[in-house]
Ligand binder design. Structure first.
Ligand code: HEM
Ligand SMILES: CC(C)=CCC/C(C)=C/CC/C(C)=C/COP(=O)(O)OP(=O)(O)O
Length: 333
């Protein structure tokens, strides 16, 4: 008897864990991580390297809830095509683990908690921007453009560029030129990020009738577009240094190094647009690139980095002065 009770308790426990895992998967957590890294970059730049830790935690939690809500609604809306595509068939709704109605309640709850937290602990602008992100992703991208326009991810990509605006607004209560530049960098990064992947899974999108660029135009024009967006994006990443003076020399070095590799990979794809290996390499690198670029912004903004750079500059300056004195004394006999 006791064994039966303990077996059913174990089963209830396992069921509970499976339910929690299914709801967690609905939020597409791996994508949220990078969205939070871009939010953090916005916060650190806005706070000039000194972010209030409580505000940071609350903004990141709220950002994760808002993005989770947007991704869950996307999973509900797209469950018909997710059921057909190999890559997405295992998702909680097409695989029958979560009912769409329950997922919708979950998404609404996440959005309400996110909006409340941001309004109370940050400000109304940050809260409204997060809700705008959800609305743009769900209405403009998922509902309107994804199945109807070849430019779906270019315009729809603006949703994914909103998180750094949320981060900036949470710190300052407004949006400066630098905040909009962060938005633009992610906006320009999205087409190379996504189209590299779309070249790899073109046939799946074709099967479900989603008009992604490689399906409609082919791999070669897609590689050309990726090349153009990459060439435009990299110089824009440097505008944080000049003319905006928001970031300094450390970020500049990181952005140039990372950007050079990005352009090299986009060039390789331009040379062999049908090479899945090259496309995969660019897709994977695009994620690493955005992580490292944002980390570079954060490191550059820290007061300790300023101290090290200033000390190195001073040392270099006195070294140069000494060298001039020595050379001129040798020259004068
Ligand atoms: C319209 C814009 C975008 C589209 C259409 C798009 C599409 C995709 C797709 C289809 C995947 C593969 C996901 C999977 O295998 O389930 C992916 C992966 C990923 N995306 Fe994007 N993406 C977009 C924007 C963004 C943005 C703005 C970010 C973050 C800043 C981002 C971060 C990621 C990450 C981190 C992954 C890898 C997830 C993993 O490890 O499985 N994406 N993206
Ligand atoms: C501020 C805020 C909350 C902004 C929302 C940002 C957000 C959730 C961006 C998601 C971008 C993304 C992963 C698109 C893929 O959708 P897809 O439908 O093409 O991907 P799939 O084929 O894998 O389902």
């Amino acid at each position: 008897m006791q064994e039966i009770i303990s077996n059913s308790a174990t089963r209830r426990h396992e069921n509970f864990i499976q339910v929690v895992q299914s709801y967690y998967q609905l939020t597409k957590p791996r994508i949220i991580l990078l969205l939070l890294i871009t939010t953090s970059a916005g916060m650190w730049l806005a706070a000039k390297g000194e972010v209030d830790p409580l505000l940071l935690v609350i903004t990141l939690v709220s950002g994760a809830l808002a993005s989770g809500s947007a991704n869950t609604i996307n999973c509900i809306y797209d469950s018909d095509i997710d059921y057909i595509m190999e890559r997405t068939r295992w998702r909680p709704i097409p695989s029958g683990r979560v009912k769409p109605r329950h997922a919708l309640f979950f998404a609404i709850a996440l959005a309400v908690i996110s909006f409340s937290l941001l309004t109370v602990f940050a400000n109304l602008l940050a809260a409204v921007l997060a809700m705008l992100g959800i609305a743009f992703y769900v209405v403009i991208y998922t509902h309107w453009l994804k199945r109807n326009s070849v430019q779906n991810i270019v315009i729809g990509g603006a949703a994914g560029a909103i998180p750094p605006l949320v981060g900036w607004a949470a710190v300052t209560g407004d949006l400066s030129w630098a905040a909009w530049l962060l938005f633009l960098i992610i906006f320009l990064w999205t087409p190379p990020h996504f189209w590299a992947l779309a070249i790899m899974i073109r046939d799946e999108y074709k099967e479900v009738g989603v008009p992604m660029l490689p399906v409609i135009a082919g791999d070669e024009p897609t590689a050309k577009q990726i090349w153009v967006y990459s060439l435009i994006m990299v110089p824009f990443t440097l505008m944080l240094v000049y003319p905006l003076h928001t970031s300094g020399i450390v970020y500049a070095a990181i952005a140039v190094g990372l950007g050079a590799i990005f352009i090299k990979k986009a060039w390789q794809l331009l040379q062999s647009p049908e090479d899945q290996k090259v496309a995969r390499s660019l897709f994977k690198y695009s994620i690493l690139y955005m992580m490292m670029l944002c980390t570079g912004m954060v490191i550059d903004s820290l007061p300790v980095t300023h101290q090290v750079v200033t000390a190195l500059g001073d040392n270099l300056h006195s070294l140069m002065n000494n060298a001039v004195v020595i050379v001129s004394s040798i020259y004068n006999g």
